[in-house]
Ligand binder design. Structure first.
Ligand code: G3I
Length: 337
C-alpha cells in the first residue's frame, strides 16, 4: 500500500494545504507535495502585482502552472488573493498624469481585475481570499489606512466580494487576516465580519492566517477565536500556518549580538507541543474548519527566514531541510483516527 501522508490521516477532517511557488513543482518537493497535501495555494503568483503588473497586461503563466499541477494530481486550489494593500502595483491608484484616481475609477479597476482572475479559474479554484488584511493593527483603530481605504472608504471590501461572487457564484469567498486570535485585533476583525454579514455581502468564511510561534496562541485564545468567528455563521480556514521558533517580540527586531538562531532541543519540544495542541483543537472543531494550509513546504525555505531581517534562519514547518518529517509531524498525525 502507498505510504500515508498528512492528507490521508486528516481525510475525515479537512483538506491539508501548502503554499507553493512554481519552482517547488518539480523534484523532491513535488514528490512531498503529492504525498502529503491535497490543497495548494500560490505563495505569490496570484497576487495583483504578479497577475496584472501593468493595466490590461495579464501574466498568467505561473498561476496557470500551479493550477494545472494541482489538477493533474487531484489537489484542490485555494486562491490568494484578490485585493490587498501589499503587492499591488501603483498604477491601480493613479491616472496617466500620476494623479490619484477617483473612487469610481478604482472600483472599476478592482472589478476588471477580480472578474478576469476569478473567471479564468472558475471551477478550478474552490475558495478565494477576496480581501486580505484590511483591518488595522492599532487596537484603537478599525480599518487599515491603505490606498484602497483612502480612496474608497470601506466600500472596496463589500464590492470585492460582490465582484468575485458575480464572476463565480459557486466559489467560496473568504476574508483573510493575521493576529486574528490576539486580544488587540480580534474585536475589530469580528466587527468587520459582522458588518459584512449584516449587509448581506456574499462571504462564506474567514481565513485565520495562523502565523504563530512557540508561545502563541494559547489554547484558550485559539478556541475562543474559532467560537466567535463561527458564531457569525462563517466557515473557518487556517490559511498560512507556521510556528516560528521566535516569539513575536523577538522576530520583530534584529538579532542581538551573540544571540543564537539554532533550533535547540528545547525549541523543538516547544514547537512540537504547540503543533500538537493546535491540531487537537482543529480536530475538535472539524465541523466549522474547512481547510488547514501551511505557509511553505519545509524548513529548507520559509518566508520567515527573511522576515523582518534577511538571513535569520527559522524552522517553522513540519519537514526539515532534507524534507524529512520532524518530531512535530509525528505529533500531528498521532491521534485516534
Ligand atoms: O519577484 C521579486 C524578484 O524579482 C526580486 O529579485 C526579489 C528581490 O527581493 O524580490 C522578488 O519579490 C519578492 C516576492 O516575495 C517573490 O519572491 C518580494 O521581494 C517579497 O517581498 C515577497 O514576499 C512575499 C510577501 O508575502 C510579500 O509581502 C512572501 O514571499 C510571501 O510569503 C508573503 O506572504 C504573505 C501572504 O501573502 C499574506 N499574509 C502574510 C504572508 C507572509 O508575509
Amino acid at each position: 500500500p502507498k505510504a500515508k501522508g498528512l492528507k490521508d490521516y486528516y481525510q475525515k477532517y479537512f483538506p491539508i494545504g501548502v503554499a507553493v511557488a512554481v519552482r517547488n513543482l518539480q523534484g523532491d518537493e513535488a514528490q512531498l507535495i503529492k504525498k502529503q497535501f491535497n490543497s495548494i495555494t500560490a505563495e505569490n503568483a496570484m497576487k495583483m502585482a504578479s497577475i496584472q503588473p501593468k493595466e490590461g497586461l495579464f501574466y498568467w503563466k505561473d498561476a496557470d502552472s500551479i493550477v494545472s499541477f494541482a489538477q493533474k494530481n487531484g489537489i484542490k486550489v485555494r486562491g490568494h488573493n484578490l485585493c490587498w494593500h501589499e503587492q499591488t502595483p501603483d498604477w491601480f491608484f493613479k491616472d496617466n498624469e500620476g494623479k490619484q484616481v477617483t473612487k469610481a475609477v478604482l472600483l472599476q479597476r478592482l472589478k476588471t481585475h477580480i472578474t478576469a482572475v476569478v473567471s479564468r479559474y472558475k471551477g478550478k479554484i474552490y475558495a478565494w481570499d477576496v480581501v486580505n488584511e484590511a483591518v488595522d493593527d492599532d487596537p484603537n483603530g478599525y480599518l487599515r489606512n491603505s490606498k484602497w481605504y483612502q480612496i474608497c472608504g470601506e466600500d472596496f471590501i463589500s464590492k470585492a466580494f460582490e465582484y468575485a461572487h458575480e464572476a463565480d457564484p459557486d466559489v467560496k469567498l473568504f476574508y483573510n487576516d493575521y493576529n486574528t486570535e490576539r486580544p488587540e485585533k480580534w474585536e475589530q476583525i469580528y466587527k468587520l465580519l459582522k458588518s459584512l454579514k449584516d449587509k448581506g455581502v456574499p462571504i462564506d468564511g474567514v481565513g485565520l492566517q495562523a502565523h504563530w510561534s512557540v508561545v502563541e496562541p494559547t489554547e484558550a485564545e485559539l478556541r475562543s477565536a474559532i467560537e466567535r468567528y463561527s458564531s457569525l455563521g462563517l466557515k473557518i480556514q487556517f490559511t498560512e500556518l507556521d510556528i516560528s521558533i521566535y516569539p513575536w517580540e523577538k522576530i520583530k527586531r534584529a538579532r542581538k549580538p551573540g544571540e543564537s538562531d539554532a533550533f535547540t532541543p528545547e525549541l523543538e519540544k516547544a514547537q512540537m507541543e504547540k503543533y500538537a495542541m493546535v491540531f487537537k483543537v482543529f480536530r475538535a472543531y472539524k465541523n466549522v474548519i474547512t481547510n488547514v494550509t501551511f505557509w511553505n513546504i519545509s524548513d529548507r525555505y520559509s518566508w520567515l527566514d527573511n522576515y523582518p531581517v534577511a538571513g535569520r534562519k527559522n524552522y517553522p514547518l513540519l519537514f526539515d531541510h532534507h524534507l524529512q518529517p520532524k518530531k512535530a509531524y509525528w505529533e500531528v498525525i498521532n491521534f485516534k483516527k
